[in-house]
Every structure is written in structure tokens, then in C-alpha cells.
Design a protein around this ligand. Structure first.
Ligand code: NAD
Length: 368
């Protein structure tokens, strides 16, 4: 079998259930190495609380440079009560924020897909969510979470003032909107851009720049503008009207959480954070499940590995241009669900309960 060039993958399992679900992804990558003409070079290291316990920091410089040199970073999850009282700069979550910021991962992609086999897991009526397939593109490195000035300042007579600043520039808006338009072209060709242009100047600029980019480069894609509060409502009323939603950091944080819950379980949803392409067309990227470290079930062997496995499928698609292999992996997941295998979080009557490892093995057995 002729092997193509080595592709560097860095696994950062993290804390809680992170190592359990990442182990299943490792098995899948090893399957690809053995059975396909692919050559993944897998490295694994500490991040989050596990790194703090060993090195006194949530991410060492060495691991950070490894991430810089890897084509794909897959992060399990970080955090847990053990580290809750650490000072801010030592908290496990700082590892995540540092990677996002320093790798300049400005576009966060969060699909909300409702698997037909799991339609009953949603709190909405089956007819509203069945077949749902939305992609939310959230701007990740700008807006109110990063804007200056910020802080808490004393004012008069014991009063204090909390300040955060919401700013966006043309280039910040255009680069994330491009990601959304390009994605839409591979999907249902429709983008909904959300802001609050009725009350915020930065929202007005967002709307104008997205429209200008559309008129210049993406006339063939359908574009709608929607106020973010209306979008929150429409996501519950008629979510299937959306294909790709693009929005800023703050609104994206909330809308993507809301959309993910339409699908029923945290254990199923992947995400990707993408940076800019360099002149060789290479892109920095990190892939992670949307769930956290789930300390309540850590070590019990019952965590659902599907979100992390589908995060690797996103890596195959967006970082490595291996769309067919990504689809193969997604189909393997569907097929296992068709067979009625379920981890505890998605177990319903008549289905067979399996452990984290059994779910990983079952998915591998379906790969072709
Ligand atoms: P969580 O996502 O860890 O857990 C919420 C609930 O969902 C829990 O009941 C958990 O058991 C369940 N759950 C989550 N993932 C699951 C899976 N794969 N399979 C089965 N059940 C699953 O959120 P939380 O409880 O708010 O946070 C726990 C810790 O994780 C905190 O320290 C938090 O800061 C951290 N966290 C990390 C990330 C990240 O690393 N990206 C994201 C969110 C929270």
C-alpha cells in the first residue's frame, strides 16, 4: 500500500472523561493507519488539570509548541472540581483559551445535527428536529470577550462600574464570513448572518460587511440577515429553516449552545476551531467535543465517545481534505446507532447499553 505524507496529530486528552473518549479516537486513527493509505503520526500530551498536577501550569511551552507544529490538535476536555479554586491563570480552562488565542483560531464551527435514531432525545417535537442539520459559525477571537477597555472600576460613593467593550473590524468580520459562505457552498447554500444592528454600531458594521462580501464574492449563496434575539426564537420555532448561521463571539456562544441542545445529548456533538491558511494552504485547527470533562461520570467507562470521534471526522474533512474518509466515519457512527447500541446518556427503551470502549469498537467494526 502506498502511504501519503505523514500527517501530524496531537492528542490532548485532558481531564475527567477526556482521556476515556480520546482513547477511542486514538484507536480509530490507528485503524486508518493500518487499513488506508494514510500515515498519521500520533503524539499525545498533557493539558488542563493533568498538566497542572505534573508541571504546575495548565499547558507547558513544550506542549504549546507541539500544537503549533501539528496539522490537527484534538482536545478531549479540561477541568473539574479538583482545580476549581486555583487562581485564574492556573485554571485548566486557560490551556484551551491559550491554544485558541495563540493559534489564532478565529472561526468556531459547531454543527447541530439531529440523528434520526435519536430524535426522541430532543426536548422538541420530533417533526421539528428530525433531519436537522445546522452549522453555526461563531467568531472566536474578537468582540466583547476580548475588547478593551475592560475591567471593574470604583466610581463615586462606593459604586463600581463593570466595563467590557464590543468591537469588530472589517477584516475580522470578513474572514469569518468567508468561512461561513465557503461552508454553505458545500451544504444547502444558505447563510443567515446574526447581529443586533438595531441597537449596536458594531452590529451594523457586521451586517454591512457581510452584505458587501456577499455582493462581491458570494452572489451565488443565499444570504439573510436576522437579529440575534429573533434567531434564538427561530431556533426553537423552526430550526430547519437554517443552513449556516454566522455570528459574533457573544451571540455565537449562546446560539450555538441553544442549537446543540435541540439535538438532545452533549455526548454527540463535535466542534472545530479553525485559523487562517498560510501561503502553502495549511491551516491551524483544533477539534474538540462540545461537552466538558463530566467529572460526575469520569472513570466509570460510560462516557459517550461519539462527539470526540465526530470531531476527528471534522478534522479529516476540514484540515486534511479527506472528505470521503470523514463520511465513512460518520456513516459508521450512524450504522452503530441503527444497530441500537447506546451509551448510557442516550439509552432508551429497547436499545442495548454499551460502554465507552464497546461503542468505540463497534464504530471501528463498521469502518470499511
Ligand atoms: P459537562 O459537559 O462536563 O457535563 C454536563 C453533563 O453532561 C454531565 O451530567 C455529564 O455527565 C454529561 N456529559 C457530558 N459529556 C458527556 C459524554 N460524552 N457522555 C455522557 N455524558 C456526558 O459540563 P459541566 O458539568 O458544566 O462541566 C464539568 C467540567 O468541565 C467543569 O470543570 C468545566 O469547566 C469543564 N468544561 C470543559 C469544557 C472543555 O474542555 N471544552 C467545556 C465545558 C466544561
Amino acid at each position: 500500500m502506498i502511504k501519503v505524507k505523514k500527517r501530524k496529530v496531537l492528542l490532548l486528552p485532558g481531564d475527567g472523561i477526556g482521556p476515556e473518549v480520546t482513547k477511542e479516537v486514538r484507536k480509530i486513527i490507528e485503524w486508518f493507519n493500518k487499513n488506508k493509505s494514510l500515515d498519521f503520526e500520533i503524539d499525545e500530551d498533557l493539558a488542563g488539570g493533568a498538566s497542572y498536577d505534573k508541571h504546575g501550569t495548565p499547558i507547558t511551552d513544550e506542549v504549546f509548541y507541539k500544537a503549533l507544529e501539528s496539522e490537527v490538535v484534538i482536545l478531549g476536555a479540561v477541568g473539574g472540581p479538583k482545580w476549581d479554586n486555583l487562581e485564574f491563570s492556573k485554571k485548566p480552562e486557560r490551556a484551551l483559551l491559550k491554544l485558541r488565542k495563540e493559534l489564532k483560531l478565529f472561526a468556531n464551527l459547531r454543527p447541530a445535527i439531529c440523528f434520526k435514531q435519536l430524535v426522541d432525545a430532543s426536548s422538541l417535537k420530533p417533526e421539528i428536529v428530525s433531519g436537522l442539520d445546522i452549522m453555526i459559525v461563531r467568531e472566536l477571537t474578537g468582540g466583547i470577550y476580548f475588547g478593551e477597555p475592560r475591567g471593574i472600576k470604583p466610581i463615586d460613593k462606593g459604586e463600581r462600574k463593570g466595563i467590557n467593550t464590543h468591537t469588530y473590524t472589517t477584516s475580522e468580520i470578513v474572514r469569518v464570513a468567508k468561512v461561513a459562505f465557503d461552508l454553505a457552498k458545500k451544504r444547502a447554500n444558505k447563510v443567515t448572518s446574526c447581529e443586533k444592528s438595531n441597537v449596536m454600531e458594531a452590529g451594523q458594521l457586521w451586517k454591512e460587511e457581510v452584505q458587501a462580501l456577499h455582493d462581491k464574492e458570494y452572489k451565488d449563496v443565499e444570504l439573510n440577515h436576522m437579529l440575534a434575539d429573533n434567531c434564538a426564537m427561530q431556533l426553537l420555532r423552526n430550526p430547519k429553516q437554517f443552513d449556516v448561521i454566522v455570528t459574533d463571539n457573544l451571540f455565537g456562544d449562546m446560539l450555538s449552545d441553544q442549537a446543540s441542545m435541540l439535538t438532545g445529548s452533549l455526548g454527540l456533538l463535535p466542534s472545530a476551531s479553525l485559523g487562517a491558511k498560510n501561503k502553502n494552504g495549511e491551516m491551524r485547527a483544533m477539534y474538540e467535543p462540545i461537552h466538558g470533562a463530566a467529572p460526575d461520570i469520569a472513570g466509570k467507562g460510560i462516557a459517550n465517545p461519539i462527539a470526540t470521534i465526530l470531531s476527528f471526522a471534522m478534522a479529516l474533512k476540514y484540515s486534511l481534505d479527506l472528505d470521503k474518509d470523514a463520511e465513512g466515519l460518520e456513516k459508521a457512527v450512524q450504522s452503530v446507532l441503527d444497530d441500537g447500541l447506546r451509551t448510557k446518556d442516550i439509552l432508551t427503551k429497547g436499545m442495548k447499553e454499551v460502554s465507552t470502549t464497546e461503542m468505540g469498537d463497534a464504530i471501528i467494526s463498521k469502518l470499511k
